[in-house]
Design a protein around this ligand. Structure first.
Ligand SMILES: Cc1cc2nc3c(=O)[nH]c(=O)nc-3n(C[C@H](O)[C@H](O)[C@H](O)COP(=O)(O)OP(=O)(O)OC[C@H]3O[C@@H](n4cnc5c(N)ncnc54)[C@H](O)[C@@H]3O)c2cc1C
Length: 588
C-alpha cells in the first residue's frame, strides 16, 4: 500500500484491490447536468456510465420549464437578434455583483452557445428561440429584450418506447387541468383567456383522449414540452448511443487512489458495487432542497423542505462524502427562490410566477404593507420576503390580495378564473383552506389579523397610482420583464389595476424555491476545489450540487439549466482529454 493510500484509508475511504466494473467516466445523477455530461463524454470517445438513485430518471429537470438561458445562441442570431459574448459578460458581471468569478462566467459564455449548436446538429436535443422572453433585468447594461431564453422543441414520448415509463413525471398540479403539458407561448395564451384559450384546451384535450395507447397504459400526456421534452430528448440521444443508465443506484462514497478520485461505491438495488472511473467522476446529483436538516443548518430561517418544488430525491446525500475529500462549499444559503402557493390536499406547492404581476393585486406583509414590486423576477420576490421578514416585519407568509375583478378573470394557483368557476363551485377545502374572502377591505384585514386601517391605506395608495398606470413605491410594470406576464387589455400599465371591485380575497404566499444552488466550489473546468483552491483530481461537479456560476443572481429563464448542462459538457471535455473534440474547434 502506498503512503497516499494509507492516508486515504485513515480518512475512511474505501480501498479497492478489485473493482466490480471499470469505465472511463462515471456520472452521478440523471438530470440536465448528468445526462449532458454523459452524452458529451460518449461523444469524446469515453466509455460512460450514468447512475441514478431514483427509479426514475430526469430529476428536477423533468419537472421544470426546461428553458436554457444562453447569450448569443445560434437561434437568436438566426432570428436577427443581436448579441455577443461581451454583452453577455457585461450583463452577468453587473447582476452577479461580485458573487461569481469572471473566469467562470466567461467559460460559461464561451461554451454554452457552442454546446447548444452541437446538440442541435448531432442529437435530439433541439430548442426554439423564445424571441420575446426578456432577460430578468433587460434594462441593465448588456441586457436583452428576448432571444437568450430558449425552450426545448416539443417531443413525442412514443419515441422513447417503454423507456418513457421510467421518466420522472411532473406533479399533476403543474399540468393544465392536471393533464396537459404546454409550451412557454401556450402559457400566455391560457393566461390571456378568451376564445384562443378555449380553442387550445378543446384541441389538446381531444388529442389527449384519442391517444388510446397511452391512456390504456395509464401514462400521462405524451406530447412532451418544457422540462419533460428536454429530458426525453437527452434520454433518446443517450439511448441511440447505448450509454447505460442504472436506475435505483445511489452514490454511497468515492474511492481514492494515489491522491485522486479513482471511482465510486454505488448501492444498486440493495447490493454494493464498486466502479472504477479511469478518467473521472462527474457529480450531478442535484441540490439539497429536500433535506430539511441541511436547509436549517445552512439557510435563512424559517426554512424547511415544504415550500420547494424540486425533485423529492434531491436530498444532498453527496455532501458528506464530498466534504471528507476536503471539498469546499459555497453559496449554501442560496436557492433559486420563487414565491409559492400552498393549496390544501395538493402534493406540493405551486410556483407563483404569472399571478403576481397581473393587474388588481398586490402582496403585503403581515402588517398590511407592500414590500416589493410584485411583478419582479420570482427570485427577487423570494429574497425580499426573507429580507423583510428578518429586518422589517413578519412576511412569511405574506398575503397576496386581489379583488373580484381579478378573481373573475385570472387563475390563482388551483383556482380557475371565476368567470368559469364561481366561488360556489369550489370545493370546501379551497374555499376555507386556501382563499380568504370578505365583502370589504377592512373585513378582509380583520380576517387576516391585519390592522384594518393599515391595509386599507396601502390599497388606497396603490389604487391611486394604478389608475394613472404608475407605481411610485416599487416601479411595478416599468421593466419589460414585469410586462411579460401581464394583461395587454389593461392600460396604461398592463401590470397595474385598482383593487376596488368587491368581494376581496387573499391567499398566503411562501418563499419557496425551484431547488438549492449552493454546493461544491468548482473552477472553470468544473473541477471540484478544496478550501485551498486546489482541484480534487478526478472529481467534477455540475448543476445544483455545485455552487452556481450565477452567484446569488438569476439572469433569465433558463439561468439554472443552461449552466448545469454547460459545465457538465466542460467537465466531460476536461476529464476525457478532448480539446474541443466534440465541440467545433475554436469555440472553447
Ligand atoms: C417547476 C420547476 C420549473 C423550473 N423551470 C426551470 C427553467 O425553465 N429553466 C431553468 O433553468 N431551471 C428551471 N428550474 C430549475 C431546474 O429544474 C433545476 O435547477 C435543474 O434542473 C437542476 O438540474 P441538475 O441536473 O443539477 O439536477 P436534477 O435535474 O435535479 O437531477 C439530479 C438527479 O440526481 C439524482 N441523485 C441525487 N442524489 C443522488 C445519489 N446519491 N446518487 C445517484 N443519484 C442521485 C436525483 O435523483 C436526480 O435525478 C425549474 C425547476 C422546477 C422544479
Amino acid at each position: 500500500m502506498t503512503p497516499a493510500r494509507s492516508l486515504e484509508a485513515r480518512r475512511g475511504f474505501a480501498q479497492m484491490s478489485t473493482w466490480d466494473r471499470s469505465v472511463d467516466f462515471v456520472v452521478i445523477g440523471s438530470g440536465a447536468a448528468g445526462m449532458t455530461g454523459a452524452l458529451f463524454a460518449h461523444e469524446l470517445g469515453a466509455s460512460t456510465l450514468l447512475v441514478e438513485k431514483s427509479a426514475h430518471y430526469g430529476g428536477s429537470t423533468a419537472l421544470s420549464g426546461g428553458m436554457l438561458w444562453v447569450p448569443a445562441n445560434h437561434l437568436m442570431l438566426e432570428a436577427q437578434l443581436s448579441d455577443s459574448l461581451d454583452e453577455g459578460l457585461t450583463y452577468l458581471e453587473g447582476i452577479t455583483n461580485g458573487t461569481s468569478s469572471v473566469d467562470r462566467l466567461r467559460a460559461y459564455l464561451e461554451t454554452a452557445p457552442a454546446m447548444v449548436r452541437y446538440l442541435a446538429d448531432r442529437s435530439h436535443v433541439r430548442f426554439n428561440c423564445v424571441r420575446d422572453y426578456p432577460d430578468y433585468y433587460p434594462e441593465r447594461p448588456g441586457g436583452r429584450a428576448g432571444g437568450r431564453s430558449i425552450e426545448p422543441v416539443e417531443f413525442d414520448a412514443h419515441q422513447l418506447g417503454i423507456e418513457f415509463a421510467h421518466q420522472r413525471v411532473p406533479s399533476w398540479n403543474m399540468l393544465v387541468l392536471g393533464l396537459l403539458q404546454i409550451t412557454v407561448a401556450e402559457v400566455r395564451t391560457l393566461t390571456r383567456g378568451g376564445t384562443p384559450a378555449l380553442r387550445f384546451l378543446a384541441r389538446h384535450l381531444l388529442r389527449y383522449l384519442l391517444d388510446i395507447k397511452a391512456r390504456r397504459r395509464g401514462r400521462g400526456d405524451t406530447r412532451l414540452t418544457l422540462g419533460p421534452a428536454l429530458v426525453a430528448r437527452l434520454r433518446r440521444s443517450l439511448m441511440d448511443r447505448d450509454v447505460p443508465l442504472w436506475l435505483r443506484s445511489r452514490l454511497r462514497d468515492f474511492v481514492m487512489e494515489d491522491g485522486r478520485v479513482a471511482g465510486v461505491v454505488i448501492e444498486r438495488e440493495g447490493r454494493t458495487v464498486t466502479i472504477r472511473a479511469r478518467k473521472g467522476v462527474l457529480l450531478a446529483a442535484g441540490g439539497f432542497e429536500r433535506n430539511a436538516g441541511l436547509r436549517q443548518r445552512y439557510q435563512q430561517q424559517p426554512i424547511g423542505d415544504a415550500w420547494t418544488v424540486g425533485c423529492a430525491d434531491n436530498t444532498g446525500d453527496w455532501l458528506v462524502s464530498a466534504q471528507r475529500l476536503g471539498a469546499e462549499l459555497d453559496l449554501m444559503e442560496e436557492a433559486w427562490w420563487t414565491p409559492v402557493l400552498v393549496a390544501p390536499d395538493e402534493p406540493q406547492p405551486r410556483v407563483m410566477i404569472v399571478e403576481k404581476g397581473l393587474p388588481g393585486s398586490l402582496i403585503v406583509d403581515q402588517r398590511g404593507e407592500r414590500f416589493v414590486n410584485e411583478a419582479a423576477p420570482y427570485n427577487d420576490i423570494g429574497r425580499r420576503m426573507f429580507a423583510t421578514h428578518a429586518a422589517v416585519a413578519p412576511a412569511i407568509p405574506a398575503y397576496f390580495v386581489f379583488d373580484g375583478r381579478y378573481r373573475k378573470k385570472y387563475a390563482v394557483g388551483p383556482v380557475m378564473p371565476g368567470s368559469g368557476r364561481p366561488d360556489w363551485t369550489l370545493s370546501r377545502t379551497v374555499r376555507e383552506g386556501f382563499l380568504t374572502r370578505a365583502p370589504t377591505i377592512p373585513d378582509l384585514a380583520a380576517k387576516l389579523g391585519i390592522e384594518r386601517g393599515r391595509l386599507e391605506r396601502t390599497i388606497q395608495r396603490y389604487n391611486h397610482g394604478a389608475r394613472a398606470g404608475r407605481d411610485p413605491d416599487y416601479g411595478r410594470g416599468d421593466s419589460l420583464q414585469d410586462r411579460y406576464y401581464s394583461d395587454p387589455d389593461v392600460a396604461p400599465n398592463p401590470c397595474l389595476g385598482p383593487i376596488d371591485s368587491p368581494p376581496f380575497y387573499a391567499v398566503r404566499v411562501y418563499p419557496g424555491d425551484l431547488g438549492t444552488k449552493g454546493g461544491l466550489r468548482t473552477d472553470t473546468n468544473a473541477r471540484v476545489l478544496t478550501a485551498g483552491g486546489e482541484p480534487i483530481l478526478g472529481l467534477y461537479a455540475a448543476g445544483n450540487c455545485s455552487a452556481s456560476v450565477m452567484g446569488a443572481s438569476y439572469p433569465g429563464a433558463g439561468g439554472t439549466i443552461g449552466p448545469a448542462m454547460t459545465f457538465a459538457c466542460i467537465a466531460a471535455h476536461h476529464a476525457v482529454g478532448g480539446t474541443g473534440v466534440a465541440l467545433k474547434p475554436g469555440t472553447r
